[in-house]
Design a protein around this ligand. Sequence first.
Ligand code: FES
Ligand code: FES
Length: 329
Amino acid sequence: MADVGSSGQSGTTGQDHETAGTEAKRGFTRRSFLVGAGAGAATAGVVLGGAIATNTITLPGAATVPTTGGSGQGSIPATMRRVTLDIDATKHEVVVDNRETLWETMTYQLGLSNSNLGCDRAQCGACAVLVDGKAVNSCSLLSSRLGKNQVIGTVAGLSTGVGVAALHPIQRSFWLNGGFQCGICTRGFIMSTVALLKTTPNPTDDQIAEGLSGNICRCGEYSKIFTSVKVAAAEMRGEKVTYLAAPVLMGAVQVAAPVAATAVSKAFEFAAALATIEDFDPIAEKLKGTSGVLDVGGSERTITVKWDPAKFDETKIRALLAGLGHAVK
Ligand code: FES
Ligand code: FES
């Protein structure tokens, strides 16, 4: 479950449902309020160890309210914080606005596309990541609260390489059991499943329902999601497993195995990033349909291609990508 409560964040409070009109009457927005009072002060308690109320800010149409400041912040504004985010074992030093969420920092500052934004209101769980092993909604967790060596994990940190065989058992199970349709919710479900299986290696249906109750699948793939969780749990317990969709997707499984020892894999950066991740699949499908191309993965910015060196070399792969209209650096 996307346990926002465990992070100290309030996810679905009554304030979330107040209307823009209410905020207009009050004269400032919910997030402006967070900067100056509630979460802003709490943030200072975490980041600065309790140094509070040395500066002030003025909210539009409201009285001057105390906010935070203190040593170690250099010349950054009082409404900003310098934090080090430990994401998937990489430390990122960033200066964040007090109102900035972890999802915003990861996406807009760090260029990571590791979690999806659904509701942006702590209601759907699509954006779930792990913070110190607990699933939290990154859309509702302020980055400025994460400067105390918390370990942040995303779906990008689960696999060990390219191809189905290198996926984490939970990722592989969702993929080969068809535990998704559009995929918007899938990263969140996978991260919540990671947290669930860590504490409950052999969950019952009720425990899966409870563990994933913070995640919503609007495509309604719950039956296959439950299967995906159970099969992943079995594999992680060391049991031999079979997958619902394996016959359909077996090509994707088998391509990596026979030539894995001699296959060559390389990550390339697109010369021009794709507009959205949805643009990636058509490129991948065309490449996968090319004899000698063994596997393809990537994002809006990068593409990793695994090929049979008996049929391709890097120059030919680059030419292939350029021929598809997506030259790489
Ligand atoms: S809970 Fe974060 S996007 Fe829905
Ligand atoms: S697969 Fe579409 S929302 Fe879950």
